[in-house]
Design a protein around this ligand. Structure first.
Ligand code: GLC
Length: 718
C-alpha cells in the first residue's frame, strides 16, 4: 500500500495542481507535425508536462506503457498517471448501444457484456472508464439518447448500476477491472429542443423525480468518479453548480470520490457568459469541488495564485489531490503502474470467439420486433432473397462511442444472411445514394426489379451511425433521405417485404409501417450485428426486446415519454377532434410505439394480475402475481412489467410508472406466475417541499406495457 498522505506531504503546489490536470495522449507525443505545429505538448513546460496526472484518448497499451515509462522517469514523486477512456458499449468487440441494452431489460446480460469490455479495455491500458452514461432522456432529436438506457429512471438506474459493478468487480486490484465514472451530472439529456449542449431548465421536482435517480443508483453501486455535464441548469453550468455538486452529490448522497469536468467544460464557462476570464472560471469550478480539469488549463494557470491570494487554502487543494491519489492507490498503480497488463495481452484479448458469441447474443436480445404480420420468421428454404437498402451490405453498424471497434470487423446483414442460408440466391441493391440522406433515386429501378423477382425482400434501412452520438442531434426523426420512398416502391411490387432497421435513436416509422409487413429494429447492434439480424429473421433466435424509449409518431410530439402527468384536460380517447383537451388536432397523442413494447414469435397471453391484499401498511408488503401463458409452439422470453399509479397526491403523479420488471423464459405451452413484492418505499415521490415521501391513499397496479396497461387492480396505502 502506498502512503499517499506522505507522498502528498512531499509534493510542491505545482505538482499537486498537476494531479488535477488531464490531457489527451497526443500532447505527450513528439511527432514531426506536432513539433512544428501548436499541438506539440500544448505549450506546456517540461515540468508542467511531467506533473500531469491523467491522460485520455490514447491508442493502445503499448502507448500507455511508453507514456507511463517516460512520465515516471521525469516525475519527482513517481506518481503514476491514470489512463481514462469512454468504454461505452465495448472496447474492440462492440455490443449494442446502451439504448439498445435497455431494451433487453436484462441486467445480467449487461453485466456479461460489461465484464467482457472491461477485460478488453484493461488489456488496452485503460484504468478508468467514463461510463456509465445514465442521462435521463425524453427527446429523440438528441443524438446522445444512444448512450443511455432510456426514458425510465428505474431501468436506467438498474442498468447503470450493473455496469458499475461489472467494471469494478470486487476489487480494483483484480485484473480486468477498472474504475467507473458516472455521467453527465446532471440532466444533460434535458437539453432544450433535443439540441446537444443546449440549455436545461427543469424544476427541482422533475430533476429529483426523473433525472437524478439513475446517477444516485450508480453512486450507490460504488462508482468511483462523477463527471458533471456541459449544460447549464438554472443558468449555472453544472460543473460549477453548487446545488448539484455539493448539496446533492456530497451532502445528500455522501459521494466522496473524484469529480472530473467534461472536455474543456471549465473553459467553456466563458462561452456561457458566466465569466470573462479563466481565473474566475477556475475559482468557480474549484469552489464547486470539481477535482480534475479535463483539457482546459484554468487550474494550471490560476489555482496557485488563488491559493496565494487566500481564496482557497492549500488544505482544500490537498483534499482534492488526496481523492485523486487514493483512487490511483485503489487501482494499485503505485505498486504496478501497468496493473499486471503486458503487451502480449493485447494480442489475445480482443475479438475472441466467446466475445463474438456474447455480443451476437446481446444484439439478438436487444433487437425489438416492432411489427410482424406473420411474415417472420422467414423460412430457411427461401430461394430468392433481395436485400435492399443502404444497410444491406454495410459494416457501419457499431454505432457512436464504439471506442476501438472497427467497421471492417463488423458482420453485415448480407454476410449474416449468406452464412445462414447459403443455398439462397441473394441479390443486394443499395437502392439509394451513398450518403443515405441524399435524394438520389437513381437506384430505385434496380431495387424494384430485384424486389419483383424475389420470394422475399429484406429492406435494410436506417440512419448513418454518425447521425447520433455526441454533437449529432437531428431536426427530424424520419428515415433520412428517400428511404421511405424506396420502401414504398419496393412494397408496391412485392408485398412480402420486411424491414430491418438501424438507428441510434427512436425514429418515426409511421410511413414505413404502412408499407412493410414486419419491422425488426436492431439499433446499432455492434460487431455481430449482421449475424444477429439473420438469426432473428430466420427464427434461430426469438426476438424479446422491449422499447427502452418511446418511438414518436412524429417529431412534433418530442419530447414524449410514457411516465407523463394526466394534466387537467386529459385526452379521453383516440377521437381526433375532441377539442379543449390536451391533444393535437393533426395527429395522435400516443407515440407510434410505446415504452415497453416489443413483439415475439411466441404468443404470450397475460391471464391476470392478483394482489395478496388491497391494503398496504408502511411496514408491510403486497404480493402481486402476474400469470402469463406462452400460447405458442415456440419457447421465448418475456419481460413482465408492473406499473403503478398514485391516484391522488399533493404533487401531480404520472399516469403510469414502471416500478418492477422481470424477464422470464416461458417455454412453448407453459404458464408462469411472476411475483413482485410491493412496499411503501416503491410509492415514494419528491413533493414540493423537496422531501421524498409516500402519501396514504389509493393506488393502481397494472401489467402489460406503457399506454397499454391491463388487469388494473386498486389497493390503498393506509
Ligand atoms: C466528451 C463527452 C464525454 C466524454 C469526454 C471524454 O465531450 O461529453 O461524455 O467522456 O468528452 O471523451
Amino acid at each position: 500500500m502506498a502512503d499517499v498522505k506522505n507522498i502528498l506531504k512531499n509534493m510542491t503546489i505545482e505538482e499537486k495542481i498537476g494531479q488535477l490536470m488531464q490531457q489527451n495522449a497526443n500532447v505527450f507525443i513528439k511527432t514531426d507535425a506536432q513539433i512544428t505545429g501548436k499541438q506539440f505538448n500544448n505549450g506546456y513546460t517540461q515540468d508542467e508536462l511531467s506533473n500531469i496526472g491523467s491522460v485520455l484518448n490514447f491508442k493502445s497499451f503499448s502507448e500507455v506503457k511508453q507514456l507511463q515509462e517516460e512520465h515516471l522517469k521525469n516525475d519527482r514523486n513517481k506518481i503514476p498517471m491514470s489512463f481514462m477512456m469512454d468504454v461505452i458499449h465495448g472496447y474492440r468487440t462492440i455490443y449494442p448501444i446502451p439504448l439498445a441494452l435497455g431494451c433487453s431489460f436484462d441486467p445480467d446480460l449487461v453485466t456479461r457484456c460489461t465484464k467482457m469490455a472491461s477485460k478488453e479495455a484493461t488489456a488496452g491500458g485503460v484504468h478508468i472508464t467514463f461510463t456509465p452514461m445514465v442521462d435521463y432522456v425524453r427527446d429523440a432529436r438528441w443524438g446522445r439518447v444512444m448512450e443511455t438506457c432510456g426514458e425510465d429512471p428505474l431501468l436506467n438506474g438498474i442498468m447503470g448500476a450493473a455496469q458499475v459493478k461489472a467494471f469494478q468487480g470486487n476489487s480494483l486490484r483484480e485484473k480486468g477491472t477498472m474504475a467507473t465514472c458516472v455521467k453527465h451530472f446532471a440532466a444533460y439529456g434535458g437539453a432544450e429542443a433535443g439540441k446537444d449542449y443546449n440549455t436545461v431548465e427543469l424544476s427541482r421536482h422533475v430533476l429529483r423525480e426523473y433525472y437524478l435517480p439513475a446517477y444516485k443508483a450508480c453512486i450507490d453501486a460504488g462508482a468511483k468518479m462523477v463527471m458533471p455535464s456541459f449544460n447549464s441548469l438554472d443558468g449555472i453550468p453544472a460543473t460549477m453548480n453548487k446545488w448539484l455538486m455539493k448539496q446533492v452529490l456530497k451532502d445528500e448522497w455522501g459521494f466522496n470520490g473524484v469529480t472530473i469536468s467534461d472536455y474543456n467544460a471549465i473553459g467553456e464557462f466563458l462561452k456561457h457568459g458566466i465569466f470573462d476570464n479563466e481565473k474566475d472560471a477556475a475559482k468557480a469550478a474549484f469552489s464547486a469541488e470539481c477535482d480534475i480539469e479535463m483539457i482546459s488549463n484554468t487550474y494550471l494557470h490560476h489555482l496557485k495564485e488563488l491559493i496565494e491570494e487566500g481564496v482557497f487554502t492549500e488544505q482544500q487543494l490537498d483534499e482534492a489531490v488526496l481523492r485523486v491519489l487514493e483512487l490511483k492507490e485503489e487501482l494499485g498503480l503505485f505498486e504496478d503502474p501497468y496493473r499486471g497488463v503486458t503487451e502480449e495481452d493485447e494480442q489475445t484479448a480482443f475479438l475472441t470467439p466467446d466475445s463474438r458469441t456474447l455480443v451476437r447474443k446481446a444484439a439478438e436480445e436487444c433487437a425489438v420486433l416492432l411489427k410482424n404480420d406473420g411474415i417472420l420468421p422467414l423460412s430457411k428454404d427461401v430461394r430468392k432473397i433481395a436485400l435492399i437498402g443502404p444497410l444491406a451490405d454495410n459494416n457501419q453498424i457499431k454505432g457512436f462511442w464504439a471506442c476501438h471497434g472497427r467497421d471492417d470487423e463488423c458482420v453485415t446483414v448480407k454476410e449474416g444472411v449468406s452464412a445462414l442460408v447459403p443455398n439462397a440466391e441473394i441479390t443486394v441493391v443499395k437502392g439509394c445514394g451513398n450518403l443515405f440522406d441524399d435524394y438520389d433515386r437513381s437506384g430505385f429501378d434496380e431495387a424494384v426489379k430485384a424486389a419483383a423477382s424475389a420470394d422475399v425482400v429484406v429492406l435494410c434501412l436506417g440512419e448513418p451511425q454518425n447521425y447520433s452520438g455526441e454533437g449529432n442531434s437531428r431536426l427530424d426523426i424520419v428515415l433520412p433521405g428517400v428511404q421511405d420512398e424506396l420502401a414504398a416502391a419496393v412494397c408496391e411490387v412485392n408485398p412480402n417485404t420486411v424491414a430491418v432497421t438501424f438507428s441510434g435513436r427512436p425514429l418515426s416509422f409511421a410511413r414505413l409501417s404502412n408499407n412493410v409487413k414486419a419491422i425488426l429494429h436492431m439499433w446499432f447492434p455492434g460487431t455481430e450485428g449482421g449475424n444477429a439480424a439473420a438469426s432473428l429473421l430466420f427464427g434461430i433466435a426469438n426476438p424479446c426486446g422491449k422499447l427502452s424509449m418511446s418511438f414518436p409518431y412524429s417529431v412534433g410530439q418530442c419530447p414524449i415519454y410514457y411516465n407523463h402527468l394526466n394534466t387537467g384536460r386529459p385526452k379521453r380517447d383516440d377521437s381526433r377532434y375532441y377539442g379543449y383537451c390536451s391533444n393535437y388536432i393533426d395527429g395522435p397523442n400516443l407515440p407510434f410505439y410505446s415504452f415497453g413494447y416489443g413483439l415475439s414469435y411466441a404468443n404470450f397471453v397475460y391471464e391476470g394480475l392478483e394482489l395478496s391484499s388491497d391494503k398496504l401498511t408502511s411496514s408491510g408488503a403486497i404480493e402481486a402475481v402476474i400469470t402469463v401463458k406462452n400460447d405458442s409452439g415456440l419457447d421465448g422470453k418475456e419481460t413482465v412489467m408492473l406499473y403503478m399509479r398514485d391516484l391522488v397526491a399533493s404533487t401531480a403523479r404520472p399516469i403510469q410508472q414502471l416500478i418492477a420488471f422481470e424477464k422470464v423464459e416461458i417455454k412453448a405451452g407453459q404458464t408462469k406466475q411472476i411475483k413482485f413484492n410491493i412496499t411503501e418505499s416503491m410509492l415514494r415521490f419528491w413533493n414540493d417541499k423537496d422531501e421524498l415521501v409516500s402519501e396514504k391513499g389509493r393506488f393502481w397496479l397494472s401489467t402489460g406495457y406503457a399506454d397499454h396497461l391491463i388487469f388494473t387492480k386498486e389497493f390503498e396505502l393506509i
